[in-house]
Design a protein around this ligand. Structure first.
Ligand code: NAG
Ligand code: NAG
Ligand code: NAG
Length: 258
């Protein structure tokens, strides 16, 4: 009897985590990413609400939010956000390509269910970072389709995360099977592995013997996307994936070298 109850409890827990119960409203998270974009555009923190006690990181290091990138007004040419209602978390990709100082920024935020930001972590890349070319990032990112996926064709959170994990694992273990899509394209910094054609491939030029650790995921199953903040060996890095029918369609990387 006790054994049965334990099995039922275990089953309930695994079903719960596989399905992922929403902790936050999507609207709350969308309002938060809209505020982030407004703040970055204005170079003013006001729109982000009370920031007392917020954990702020730049390049994975504790920093002063009032002196960080958000204090600089940027004309954004592209932005896209992931909204993770299970973890109350967001990821926003921002490209400023046409201003005086080009940047590509990736930001993960964590919030309370009522929308107060508790943690804000940004990777800020510019000239000198890995394959940095904001013009290239803007060019390719704005040509890709990351539209909302019809509900009956969506992958589960687990499938989306597993695709990202397989990709991250193959950098240190070539025996891993990665669910490559066909086509599939990687936007690394501003460089593209494809050319926007049906023959684009992602399984090219992956180094060996690199451990991708300390993975922090933000998952948005409505667009089949996951962003992972990773220690790429020791380098602060973001890998963002679009997964369609269990297969990797797009990968975007932001890697801080400076
Ligand atoms: C949020 O920030 C706090 C304080 O800096 C830190 O202890 C915590 O680990 C952070 N949580 C996440 C999810 O980053
Ligand atoms: C952010 O992206 C949305 C959706 O593409 C767009 O409508 C909006 O104008 C963008 N905001 C800025 C400040 O570029
Ligand atoms: C940056 O990307 C653009 C658009 O793909 C390309 O035309 C340009 O040559 C690239 N610049 C460098 C320095 O690679």
């Amino acid at each position: 009897m006790q054994g049965l109850l334990v099995s039922i409890a275990t089953l309930a827990v695994s079903l719960f985590s596989a399905t992922g119960a929403a902790q936050c409203d999507r609207e709350t998270l969308v309002a938060a990413t809209d505020s982030l974009i407004a703040a970055q555009t204005a170079g003013k923190l006001d729109s982000l609400g009370a920031l007392d006690g917020v954990g702020y990181l730049e390049q994975f290091k504790t920093a002063d939010i009032t002196k960080g990138i958000l204090a600089t007004p940027l004309k954004l040419d592209f932005n896209r956000s992931l909204h993770d209602t299970v973890q109350c978390a967001t990821y926003t990709e921002m490209v400023a390509a046409t201003g005086s100082h080009p940047y590509v920024i990736g930001t993960q935020m964590h919030l309370t269910p009522d929308g107060k930001i508790t943690n804000l972590s940004s990777l800020v890349t510019d000239t000198g970072d890995w394959l940095f070319n904001a013009t290239g990032t803007l060019y390719w990112a704005s040509r890709e389709n990351w539209d909302v996926i019809p509900e009956d064709q969506r992958d589960s959170r687990d499938v989306i995360q597993a695709a990202a994990d397989a990709y991250a694992d193959i950098f240190d273990d070539k025996s891993v099977t990665v669910p490559w899509g066909s086509p599939c394209a990687r936007l690394e910094g501003g460089a593209y592995t494809g050319n926007g054609s049906p023959s684009d491939r992602c399984d090219v030029g992956i180094p060996n013997g690199v451990k991708l650790v300390n993975r922090r995921y933000v998952i948005d199953e409505t667009i089949g996307a996951v962003d992972v903040f990773i220690d790429f060996a020791t380098v602060p890095d973001s890998h963002e994936f679009r997964v369609e029918k269990g297969k990797i369609r797009f990968v975007h990387t932001i890697t801080v070298m400076g």
